[in-house]
Design a protein around this ligand. Sequence first.
Ligand code: FAD
Length: 404
Amino acid sequence: MNQPKVIVIGGGASGIIAAIAAKQNNAIVTILERNARIGKKILATGNGRCNYTNALASELDYNHPLFVKSVFHTFNVEQTISFFESLGISPIIEDLGKTFPMSEQASSILDVLLYELEHLGVEIVTEVLVQSVDKNNQKFTVILSDKREYIADKVIISTGGKAMPGSGSDGIGYNIAKSFGHHLVPVFPALVKLKLDCPYLKQLDGVKIQSYVELISKSKVLKEEFGDILFTSYGISGPTILQLSRKANELLLNQEEVFLNVKLVHALSKEDVIKRFENAREKPVDFSLIGLINKRLISAVLKEAKIAKQNTLVKDLSQVQLDTIISLLFSWQFKVSGSKGFEDAQVTAGGIDISEINELTMESKIEKGLFFSGEVIDIDGLCGGYNLQWAWSSGYVAGLNASK
Ligand SMILES: Cc1cc2nc3c(=O)[nH]c(=O)nc-3n(C[C@H](O)[C@H](O)[C@H](O)COP(=O)(O)OP(=O)(O)OC[C@H]3O[C@@H](n4cnc5c(N)ncnc54)[C@H](O)[C@@H]3O)c2cc1C
């Protein structure tokens, strides 16, 4: 087979780079995409800036490090940055390794990819929904919802997971994989805003602070993050929360109780705060907290501490009341009641079982000629460029090997 015919199902980040890698290696390549254009989700990434990789990413930042390590061996972060530089993207590396195009526009990433696809001569067919795939006599038949068919030597399933279904990734790719005997590790939203069981959300809506946040279950601290958090009408969001959300959702899925401990005061010690109260003995307790925590948090903290009159003078508080306030300032526990779901999630945890995929080639161990790339696989990473890096690495490896 000199020039294999490769069909890529799904024109997201991983499908696009898979198509480029296959075409660069002499395959005849067609992308089948259900949307009117490819790369829709890329435009939404990094708040429109596209955090397209993380300069510090390693396999340890993913749920299956050994599998990712093999894939990174063929196409790693440095190769990704060089690949995009060769297409015209100058990188800018920000805190914690987050890497963006210097133009700060996600559209730049899509523009250069589209140019490359056109330049290489990859066929792109849009507004086609792949319904199923069959295999007979070494050839795949890719069947569309309108019953049209495409014949291919190799098929790459790059249909994404279930996150942001409006972008086209609603999990249909899982069914195609299952029809070949593949198994699905249960999926749940990761990198997602969390809902809290808390009576003060209405008054806290919009309060943004920097905080340490601990994820607690069965009285154990399972994870801690520091950074921006935002209280909202339904719960809590912000980068810190996204990083904790995968573990929180995994525990909720297992019917475990999950809590977040928020440290409202992190730049002072408890002794410093006790001293503050001593110096403010003649002041109303609500006023004594001004300048220490966000003004809109004060009333909620005092209600939680069961202080009936918020203008009680500090000197008139009982020791128990004072201790309760101090304890809330350093560790206010909120019960997590759920998440905003796939609609709002950046990534899907779970997916096609990695034990059924060859980590050196991304080829199915069950069906020869069938490949996988991107989020459809049971791989997810932290927030900060890690998931697109997975899409590029796995897509490149799948495309390269499908071309052989
Ligand atoms: C709002 C948001 C912001 C994000 N920001 C970042 C970030 O800054 N950095 C980062 O690393 N990650 C980010 N991510 C995650 C990252 O975008 C994804 O992990 C990555 O795009 C997954 O790529 P993919 O190609 O596997 O899947 P997708 O991008 O989901 O692409 C799948 C494609 O397949 C198509 N498709 C699905 N089924 C079919 C079918 N049956 N027939 C035809 N076509 C089909 C879909 O329409 C879609 O175009 C973000 C995600 C979201 C939602």
